[in-house]
Design a protein around this ligand. Structure first.
Ligand code: NAD
Ligand code: UDX
Length: 469
């Protein structure tokens, strides 16, 4: 097998950045260059004060140790490709917005452009690694493009190496992954490329956690893992609706079923709905794949996971309106949290956006606070969520606050949309004293101690709990 000494990663995003920064940290003998077409992003990765383009606990430390030593960020994609023995393709694969499969299929344009660039500029053999999440058999298309455009004497081996990190815990996930999955063709060359990549991870990952499988299984395993994880959340959220209607308590139900070792306790937290750039996109991708394979029942099964999530979000908005005496027109609501989960500044598909859109359409006034999301991002997301409302009109209804206490001041209701730890720890007595009465709290994340808040005087509504207000 080729001994890898130079790695190039195409795509300096949430996956490419942290993943390859950790490879550089753990493998000082390998030079890692992360390239991206987005100049502003690369500049941020290179910023002298480490104002990195993404917020991820522990990431700055990793970049501080490796940057300039064996970790580099650049916009010179061609040079990065030419110098590397192994290239990760870690570009975005969003859901298609137009054309065939719009709303479901993955947009593979960026993967194809990156692949074509590799073919066009490579002057020596490369191992090309699919890091992006892609539909099953994408590696085949990549191989066809590479082989049709390769120069004499250059060969390309394609691997699939999907990434399982979760945002907010990316660095710990990368330091000790549950598993690293590598898919290859089962040919001698494919297996040899697989070993080259496996040897890179073996610098810090125990060998029994490095799984090697066929290419197509590897590609499908990524979609399958996300679909199964999201399905757990939709299942617990569906049960949360039954709890609210019956007086059962979703925490107790999750605890009770999680004790079954076959079910396990993780990922059973009822919420206002899952968000993030992956779950919805990857399930829709699986739905599209199933439909293309003429498996409509399979497609319908997985589609329901996304539909339940939409239902959970709108159900929560409706609970807010119903509880506030069936109207929120002209009322002032604080929304705590805009990111799709805690410990990230990422807002892609955040449930908070759907809630705020619903509140705005009821003509409420909304004040938002999030510890990590930048103001410009909030305006961008709300503009996209309300395409028929000019931004200046949105700004008449929305204010951005700089602390949770400031956000809650003089409001009629507080909605917790993201499970930031600091929301549990704010001084709820002060919040109460400063609010209009009756003061309502809607906990969409099972975050606060509802009984404690009730003692202060709040009227508390918690997802998945029978007792209301
Ligand atoms: P991202 O949008 O944060 O980053 C992708 C980067 O690729 C962007 O900076 C973009 O400018 C760059 N890019 C696009 N085309 C390029 C090209 N031709 N040449 C150079 N640069 C190019 O996306 P992400 O969140 O890092 O996701 C990347 C992939 O990883 C996706 O397929 C996603 O499904 C998958 N994934 C994401 C996560 C996650 O938690 N975000 C986890 C696992 C897998
Ligand atoms: C997910 C997968 O976990 C990860 O393996 C994959 O590589 C990328 O997609 P991510 O989207 O970053 O990671 O975060 P995750 O922790 O999975 O949370 C996704 C959403 O589900 C968040 O909105 C989170 O708040 C929500 N969630 C999670 C729940 O509502 N309940 C839970 O029990 C767990």
């Amino acid at each position: 097998p080729v001994k890898v000494t130079k790695i190039c990663c195409i795509g300096a995003g949430y996956v490419g950045g942290p993943t390859c920064a950790v490879i550089a940290l753990k493998c000082p003998h390998i030079t890692v260059t992360i390239v991206d077409l987005n100049q502003a992003r690369v500049d941020a990765w290179n910023s002298p004060d480490f104002a990195l383009p993404i917020y991820e606990p522990g990431l700055v430390d990793v970049v501080k140790q490796a940057r300039g030593r064996n970790l580099f960020f650049s916009t010179d994609v061609d040079k990065g490709i030419q110098e590397a023995d192994l290239i990760f393709v870690s570009v975005n694969t969003p859901t298609k917005k137009t054309g065939v499969g719009a709303g479901f299929a993955a947009d593979l344009n960026y993967v194809e452009l990156a692949t074509r660039r590799i073919a066009a500029v490579a002057t020596s053999s490369k191992i090309v690694v699919e890091k992006s999440t892609v539909p099953c058999r994408t590696a085949e298309s990549m191989r066809t493009i590479l082989e049709a455009n390769s120069k004499p004497g250059t060969r390309f081996d394609i691997l699939s190496n999907p990434e399982f990190l979760a945002e907010g815990t990316a660095i710990t996930d990368l330091f000790s992954p549950d598993r690293v999955l590598i898919g290859s063709l089962q040919t001698p060359e494919g297996k040899s490329a697989c070993q080259s990549l496996g040897d890179v991870y073996a610098n810090w990952v125990p060998k029994d956690r490095i799984l090697t499988v066929g290419l197509w299984s590897s590609e499908l395993s990524k979609l399958a893992a996300n679909a199964m994880l999201a399905q757990r959340i939709s299942s617990i959220n569906a049960l949360s609706a039954i709890c609210e209607a019956t007086g059962a308590n979703i925490d107790e139900v999750a605890h009770a079923i999680g004790f079954d070792s076959r079910i396990g306790p993780k990922f059973l937290r009822a919420s206002v709905g899952f968000g993030g750039s992956c779950f919805q996109k990857d399930i829709l991708n699986l739905v599209y794949l199933s439909e293309s394979l003429h498996l409509p029942q399979v497609a319908a099964y997985w589609r329901q996971v996304v539909e339940m999530n939409e239902y959970q979000k709108s159900r929560f908005s409706k609970t807010v309106v119903d509880t506030l005496f069936n109207t929120i027109t002209g009322k002032h609501i604080a929304v705590l949290g805009f990111a799709f989960k805690a410990d990230t500044g990422d807002t892609r598909e955040s449930a908070s956006i759907s809630l705020i859109r619903d509140f705005l359409s009821e003509r409420a006034y909304v004040t938002i606070y999030d510890p990590q999301v930048e103001e410009a991002q909030i305006w961008l997301d709300l503009s996209e969520a309300c395409p028929n409302t000019p931004l200046e009109n949105i700004k008449k209804q929305v204010t951005i606050a700089h602390s949770a206490l400031e956000a809650c001041k003089q409001k009629e209701a507080v909605v917790i949309a993201t499970e930031w730890k600091e929301f549990r720890e704010i001084n709820w007595q002060t919040v109460y004293d400063d609010m209009s009465k009756p003061a309502f709290v809607f906990d969409g994340r099972l975050l606060v101690d509802a009984d404690k808040l009730r003692k202060i005087g709040f009227k508390v509504t918690t997802i998945g709990r029978g007792e209301r207000v």
